[in-house]
Design a protein. Structure first.
Length: 462
C-alpha cells in the first residue's frame, strides 16, 4: 500500500502540469474580437492581437512554444492585455465564417506575414507591431513593456495637447506620435499628423518638415516639373505667370517658396529687364524666416547681377548700405564684406580690398569654411598688389592653426603652392604640397589632395 500514495502523487503532478499547459496555451486566448474589445474597455486593458498559422508556420510554432506556452508570460502580461488569436489554419478544417473574420481583421492592420503581433488600445488604435524573435518569454515581455510605455506616453501627451493651443499643441502632438514607427503613425494617425502640419504651417518648429516632408517633396516635384515644362515649351513670361499663380494659391514653407522663386529669377533674367530682377531679389530678401547667411547671399547675388548689367557704382552703394544695415542689426555681415573685398580687388583697389578682407576675417573667425574663403581672397589681393611675401604669410598663418579643420588647412597650402609656382618657385612649392598631403588623415581626402597636387605639377613642371 506504500506505493499507492507515490503513484497518486505522481499522477497529481502530471495532471497539474497538463492543466497548467492547457491553461497557458488556450485558456487565455479569445477568438471573438468584439467581445475582447468590450472586456478591454471595461478592464482598462489593451489588446494583444496574434495572427498565426499554428499548423503550418514554423516561426509561429516557435513563438507558441517559447512564449505562449509559458504560464509566466500570462502572469506578467494578463494585467495589461486581453489576448485575441486569429489562426490561419491550412492543414486543419476552418469554418467559412472564421476564415472571413480572420481575413477581415488581417486587412484592418495590413497583416500579410506570420506570426504578427499587433498591440492596440480598446479603440483599436495600434501602437506596436512585432513578429517572432529569439529570446523567449523574457525578451517578449520586455518588448511589451517598451511598447506599453509608448502608448502611455502617447496618451499623456494627447491629454496635455487637448488643453494646449498653437505651438505648444503642435509640440505635444509631435511628442505623442514620436515613439511609434512611422509606418504606424503615417497610416493610423494621419489626422493627428495633418493637424501638426497645419499648426506648424510655416515650419518654424521644424515639424512640418518632419511629418510632411515626403508629401511636400512630391508636391514640389510636381510643381517644378510643370513649371520647367512650360518654361521649355513656352515663353518665360507665361512660366512666370504660372509660378505667380502657384505661389498665390499654395502654402509653402519659406524654404520651399525661396526655391520656387529661384526658378522664377532664372526666367526673369532671360527677359533682360534688370529692374524686374532687382524687384524679385528684393522680394526674396524680404521673405520672413530667412537666416542671416541666406539673406546676405541673396544680397551678394543681387550685387553681382547689378555689376553684370553694368551698374557697378549703384551695386557698390547698395552693398555699402547693406553692410551698414547688417551691422546695425548686430549681424556679422561677413558675406557682404567678402563681396566688397572681391569687388575692390576686381578694380585693382588692392589696399582697400585687403582692409575689407581683414574686417571679413574678424567677422568669420567662428566659421572656418567662410574664413578659409576670406583668407584666400586677402592673399590674392596681396599677391596682385606685388606683396607676395605677405600673401604667403597669410596662407601660412591659416594653415598653422590647428583649430581649423585639416582639409581647409591643406587647401590653404595648395593655394600657397599655386602662388609660388606662378612666381617660378617650383621646388619650394613641392615641399608645400607635400605638407598639404601630410596634414590630411582621411584616406579619401588625402587621395583628393594628391590628385590636385598631381594636376599642379603636370601644369607647371612641363
Amino acid at each position: 500500500m506504500a506505493s499507492r500514495p507515490t503513484f497518486f502523487a505522481f499522477l497529481s503532478i502530471v495532471v497539474v502540469l497538463t492543466c497548467r499547459c492547457v491553461h497557458a496555451e488556450e485558456g487565455q486566448w479569445s477568438d471573438d474580437p468584439t467581445s475582447a474589445i468590450k472586456t478591454a474597455a471595461k478592464d482598462n486593458k489593451d489588446l494583444l492581437l496574434l495572427y498565426t498559422g499554428s499548423d503550418w508556420c514554423p516561426p509561429c510554432k516557435k513563438l507558441e512554444q517559447e512564449v505562449f506556452s509559458d504560464e509566466d508570460f500570462y502572469a506578467e502580461a494578463e494585467g495589461d492585455f486581453v489576448f485575441v488569436k486569429f489562426d490561419f489554419l491550412k492543414n486543419s478544417p476552418l469554418r467559412d465564417e472564421v476564415k472571413k473574420k480572420n481575413e477581415e481583421w488581417a486587412r484592418k492592420f495590413g497583416v500579410d506575414s506570420f506570426p504578427t503581433i499587433v498591440l492596440v488600445d480598446p479603440e483599436l488604435k495600434p501602437y506596436a507591431f512585432a513578429g517572432y524573435e529569439e529570446g523567449g518569454t523574457e525578451n517578449f515581455l520586455g518588448m511589451l513593456e517598451e511598447s506599453r510605455q509608448v502608448r502611455i506616453t502617447r496618451d499623456e501627451k494627447m491629454k496635455a495637447a487637448a488643453e494646449a493651443t498653437g505651438d505648444d499643441r503642435a509640440r505635444l502632438l509631435d511628442e505623442a506620435l514620436s515613439g511609434m514607427p512611422r509606418e504606424i503613425s503615417d497610416v493610423y494617425y494621419s489626422d493627428i499628423i495633418e493637424e501638426i502640419v497645419k499648426l506648424d504651417e510655416d515650419d518654424e518648429l521644424g515639424l512640418r518638415t518632419k511629418w510632411n516632408e515626403a508629401k511636400d517633396a512630391e508636391l514640389r516635384k510636381s510643381i517644378l516639373t510643370d513649371v520647367m515644362m512650360v518654361a521649355r515649351l513656352d515663353s518665360p513670361k507665361r512660366a512666370i505667370a504660372m509660378i505667380d499663380e502657384i505661389l498665390g494659391e499654395v502654402k509653402f514653407t519659406t524654404k520651399q517658396r525661396l526655391e520656387i522663386m529661384q526658378i522664377k529669377l532664372n526666367l526673369v533674367r532671360k527677359m533682360g529687364n534688370p529692374a524686374l530682377v532687382d524687384d524679385l531679389l528684393d522680394e526674396m530678401i524680404a521673405l520672413e524666416g530667412l537666416g542671416e547667411s541666406t539673406v546676405e547671399r541673396l544680397i551678394v547675388k543681387k550685387v553681382y547681377l547689378m555689376v553684370g548689367s553694368k551698374r557697378r557704382d549703384k551695386a557698390m552703394k547698395y552693398l555699402e548700405q547693406s553692410i551698414k544695415d547688417s551691422q546695425a542689426k548686430g549681424n556679422s555681415g561677413v558675406y557682404l564684406l567678402a563681396c566688397k573685398g572681391e569687388l575692390l580687388d576686381s578694380v585693382q583697389s588692392f589696399d582697400e580690398a585687403v582692409e575689407t578682407f581683414d574686417l571679413a576675417i574678424e567677422a568669420a573667425k567662428n566659421t572656418p569654411d567662410v574664413l578659409a574663403e576670406v583668407v584666400s581672397g586677402k592673399a590674392d589681393s596681396l599677391y596682385a598688389a606685388g606683396k607676395e611675401a605677405k600673401a604667403l604669410q597669410v596662407l601660412d598663418t591659416f594653415a598653422d592653426d590647428i583649430d581649423v579643420p585639416a582639409d581647409l588647412r591643406a587647401e590653404a597650402l595648395l593655394h600657397k603652392s599655386m602662388l609660388m609656382r606662378e612666381s617660378g618657385k617650383q621646388r619650394t612649392a613641392r615641399l608645400v604640397e607635400n605638407r598639404a598631403i601630410e596634414i590630411i588623415e582621411s584616406t579619401k581626402e588625402r587621395t583628393e589632395i594628391q590628385s590636385v597636387v598631381e594636376r599642379l605639377r603636370k601644369k607647371y613642371e612641363k
